[in-house]
Write a protein that binds this ligand. Structure first.
Ligand SMILES: [Zn+2]
Length: 256
């Protein structure tokens, strides 16, 4: 049985004057000799990610697997920090990403190049059980080879949606922002709902939001409080202004 710790909770926001925040979710599943990270975040989380792992007594060298929903920088670039990990990514995703020229988009072209040649990378196919209790499910749209992961190696099933469902608003509206193929994204959202409803108490881990379960009426309910704030230096000293980005209280890391 694996234990689930959401190390960094994603945030459903975008800066109005400065583009994407890239604040995505990183989750650790550990037990039975494995330390499995699902998505590993952008450069900005490196210090925090190290601290979160240290708090759980997990060394970077102890991470056995890095599982990537898709190739975007805010989910993928930190795979380089786990020297002993096998890296799992959709075969279709990597083939697509590696064929793209450098562009004004969230693909980290140099990291994709490394993924494409690294002997540590394993390419995953739709429907494949690539680790015990981890099934990959094709969910194209946000990117052509995006994968969901349905995990049954935990006490209750866990469904990782990555950016196929970035947040609660996308799940409830049936519409998405930032898609390569809007029709495919809608079909992928339908698929997510099917998998989410399969078993009661299935935990849904979205790419950019707090984790959710379905209540008795079938509505998504957050399992933790949102936490997001910024320091900013607007004055003449190093005393920062603290800007709350969620208008709500503080919360602890989600553990189950
Ligand atoms: Zn993405």
């Amino acid at each position: 049985m694996l234990k689930t710790d959401v190390l960094i909770q994603g945030y459903p926001g975008r800066a109005i004057c400065h583009g994407g925040l890239g604040w995505s979710t990183t989750t650790l599943l550990r037990g039975e000799g494995s330390n499995i990270l699902v998505d590993v975040g952008a450069f900005g989380v490196r210090h925090l990610l190290r601290q979160q792992l240290r708090d759980l007594q997990v060394e970077p060298a102890d991470v056995t697997d890095v599982v990537l929903t898709h190739a975007h920088y805010d989910h993928a670039v930190n795979f380089t920090l786990f020297p002993n990990a096998v890296i799992w990514i959709g075969g279709r995703e990597l083939a697509w990403a590696a064929a793209q020229p450098a562009g004004f988009n969230p693909l980290p072209e140099l990291y994709v190049r490394e993924l494409d040649v690294s002997p540590r990378v394993r390419r995953v196919a739709d429907g494949q059980e690539f680790l015990p209790g981890f099934t990959a499910i094709a969910a194209p749209g946000h990117t052509p080879g995006h994968l969901l992961f349905y995990v049954t190696a935990t006490e209750k099933p866990v469904l990782f949606t990555g950016d196929a469902a970035k947040n609660r608003a996308e799940l409830l509206s049936g519409m998405v922002n930032d898609t390569y193929d809007a029709q495919a994204s809608r079909a992928s959202l339908d698929l997510i709902w099917q998998w989410w409803r399969r078993e009661p108490d299935t935990l849904l881990v979205p790419g950019h939001d707090v984790c959710m379960r379905l209540d008795a009426a079938g509505q998504p309910v957050y399992v933790a409080e949102r936490k997001a704030a910024m320091n900013a230096w607007f004055g003449e000293t190093l005393e920062p202004a603290v800007i709350d980005l969620c208008c709500a209280g503080q919360t602890a890391r989600y553990s189950a």
